[in-house]
Design a protein around this ligand. Sequence first.
Ligand code: AMP
Ligand code: TRP
Length: 332
Amino acid sequence: MEERKKVIFSGIQPSGDLTLGNYLGALKNWVNLQDSYDCYFCVVDLHAITVRQEPKDLRRRTLEILSIYIAAGIDPEKNTLFIQSHVPAHSEASWLLTCSSYMGELSRMTQFKDKSQNMGDSINAGLFVYPVLMASDILLYNTDLVPVGSDQKQHLELARDLAERFNHLYSPTFTVPEPYIPKSGAKIMDLQDPTKKMSKSSQNPNAYILIMDPPETIRKKISRTVTDSLGVINYTDDQPGIKNLINILSAIKDISPEEVVSLYKGKGYAEFKRDVAEAIIEELEPLQSKVKELMNNKEYLESIYKRGAEKANYVSMKTLRKMQKKIGFIPR
Ligand code: AMP
Ligand code: TRP
């Protein structure tokens, strides 16, 4: 019998244009993992509506993210690429798991705390149960490994807790997933405030690099990166701006931060920034032209996401049926 390949699941929300953080923290690693695992890569549109989305932007971004997956090198012939809302088991499993999640544990999620700040009484309940939907995404496919940036670590802990709770309450049902967090790209920081993570929802466009930013914009944004007045390129928390640029270069070139430091010994910030900008451009330019090509071929994209949804529906439905049966629902 052929040995079962381990399963990977990951997703990105179409809630804003993708940043270099998404690319280095998530996507680039998916590309490296695809040959050794059975991979599901999802565009998580159900997650995106936890904040208000303009329908036409949501439509464009959903297809653009799918195009970015493919353009980044994820082979749609070998992996399952799909759109979350095309697979109803995610929403259904999410309800079942919501009923064994605690208000306390959900209130402790730092992403919820951050996102619900300044929202007063109008915090939508979706934002609160969002991590349960994420757990459903993962558990429905009996996922072994979840490659994400370090900001998702806490959500993954919850997915593990929910899996164990269900397995214990009924009988072994879910694989308990492990996080896979990259070394250098795990947390790319805001270019204007390197104590915050780079986020597509930032108000200041100089704070992030978008995957689709043209070369001139990338050069400008990198040259304006906030650094310090020490003038030496060192990998230390005392120089968070420089540390972030080192992480970016190290993740792109696939070399260690220490190697970057020794390459730039005795060199100035201007030269370093110039090289970082060129490395980003070199990495993103081929991807960008592929994305533009794919966005002009909606039929091809449709064939990919339809095929992906078929496979995802088949696998997730089997798990959902198991859950329903164990809970005590009458089989249909
Ligand atoms: P999101 O944009 O929140 O849907 O995140 C999609 C993926 O990108 C997740 O795996 C995140 O952990 C990752 N990610 C988002 N922002 C960053 C960042 N600044 N640095 C590293 N990874 C990130
Ligand atoms: N919550 C994740 C984020 O904001 C996106 C996501 C949703 C996800 N479902 C997932 C990531 C399942 C990994 C696995 O980044």
